[in-house]
Design a protein around this ligand. Structure first.
Ligand SMILES: Nc1nc2c(c(=O)[nH]1)N[C@H]1C(S)=C(S)[C@@H](COP(=O)(O)O)O[C@H]1N2
Ligand SMILES: [Mo]
Length: 388
């Protein structure tokens, strides 16, 4: 399903202005957890149209979060965004098998139990859809603790042969695609170079926030490539194929392809690239008020490069340091917050920018290279709120 297809009806559980969310928010030194405390209220964003609403999860449908409602470091499994282009296939965990085929010394087959019997890894990994953006207030996002087994050890056991170039990850979900006037049955698939696939942190995940991987998130097993856009994380994984040619399927070669103006060795050209690692970005998503004290909160994402700072600018004021959530980790989303003492009544513009340890600074959208299509939206996102 294309993220642009999202309807704008129906209200998500605990929709804005609705019932009180979890009371009694814990306070940690230096960072107030964002759950609404008793008496706390959300300050309205004036850039969110009244008609913007998030609908409940429905079968075969995209789901995005209402990011104003982010109230915990880990996203609930049933509020973690959902994108699937070929529907949500039913899979029986007992008969499911994962095969490793192609240019390997040993073709291998695993049951779910086989994978669960291997050494387990667990890590908090947050990601967004490559099609996430301002129009959805960045709701195609989530952050979860994933448990699984390392991809690398499986590939080593299979033994990748000399001359292999790419590894293709196929999902169980298929659709009939019309390509040059011919209807063909295609599975969802994405590929990685051998080097990218062999990164230690890639995992085949069978558990999400302590639960078996939910149906909609790709049960029983999905690929997780930390630091990459969500499209790399193939759900309902059934086959891993090693080959010596590039894989040119729809989600590598046509969709999730960003077209932007680039400088190519001194020549300005329009360049297409497949969506890969996540760009450095941040966004303010939530402003709260409790007893006259205001707080601004947001998230940042990176490809795993550690962050140096997140700063917030209010109207024409200076950039001010935000505080980082103590649970932030290398591949998680990074929550940040800043107190906003005594804002004056009226409308204010607030914007965040993130800087990584290499000194890369999130640019203003208007300073980024010209780009066609909505993939990879990572410029600064000024928001407006009304006080009083
Ligand atoms: N098999 C399969 N895997 C898939 C997709 C899909 O359509 N089919 N969509 C991808 C895209 S575009 C995204 S953004 C993420 C979304 O993962 P989630 O629904 O668990 O958030 O899954 C990826 N993996
Ligand atoms: Mo996506």
């Amino acid at each position: 399903m294309n993220p642009e297809d999202n309807g704008r009806r129906k209200v998500l559980k605990g929709a804005l202005g609705g019932g009180v969310l979890a009371a009694g928010a814990a306070t940690l030194p230096g960072f107030v957890l964002p759950a609404l405390a008793q008496g706390e209220r959300l300050v309205p964003f004036t850039d969110v149209p009244e008609t913007f609403q998030v609908r409940a999860v429905r079968p075969n449908s995209t789901h995005y979060q209402d990011t104003r409602q982010i109230d915990s470091f880990l996203t609930d499994n049933d509020d973690f965004y959902l994108v699937q282009h070929y529907g949500q296939p039913e899979i029986d965990n007992d008969s499911w098998r994962l095969r490793i085929t192609g240019m390997v010394d040993n073709e291998l087959e695993f049951s779910l139990q086989d994978l669960m019997d291997r050494q387990a890894v667990e890590e908090v990994i947050g990601f967004e859809c490559g099609g996430n953006g301002n129009r959805l207030f960045h709701g195609l996002i989530g952050n979860a603790s994933w448990r699984g087994t390392a991809l690398r050890s499986l590939l080593e056991e299979a033994g990748i042969q000399d001359g292999a170039k790419e590894i293709v990850f196929f999902g169980e979900d298929t659709a009939t695609e019309e390509i040059r006037g011919r209807e063909v049955e295609k599975a969802f698939a994405r590929s990685l170079s051998i080097d990218d696939a062999m990164r230690d942190e890639n995992m085949l995940a069978y558990s999400m926030n302590g639960e078996p991987l939910p149906h909609y998130h790709g049960k029983p097993v999905r690929l997780i490539v930390p630091g990459w856009y969500g499209v790399a994380n193939v759900k309902w994984l059934t086959q891993i194929h090693v080959q010596d040619t590039r894989y040119m399927g729809r989600f590598m070669g046509r969709d999730y392809v960003t077209l932007k103006r680039s400088n190519v060795g001194g020549v300005e050209r329009w360049v297409e690239n497949s969506v890969t690692t996540m760009n450095l970005k941040s966004s303010i998503v939530r402003v709260t008020e409790l007893g006259g004290n205001y707080e601004i909160m947001g998230f940042a994402l990176s490809d795993g490069t550690p962050l140096r700072s997140v700063e917030i600018k209010i109207d024409d004021g200076p950039w001010q340091q935000a505080q980082m959530h103590p649970d932030n980790s290398r591949y998680s989303w990074k929550l940040f917050s800043m107190e906003w003492p005594n804002p004056s009544d009226g409308e204010h513009t607030i914007v965040s920018r993130v800087t990584d340890v290499d000194g890369n600074v999130q640019a203003r959208a208007e300073d980024l290279p010209e780009r066609v299509s909505y993939w990879e939206e990572f410029g600064q996102f000024p928001r407006t709120v009304r006080i009083g």
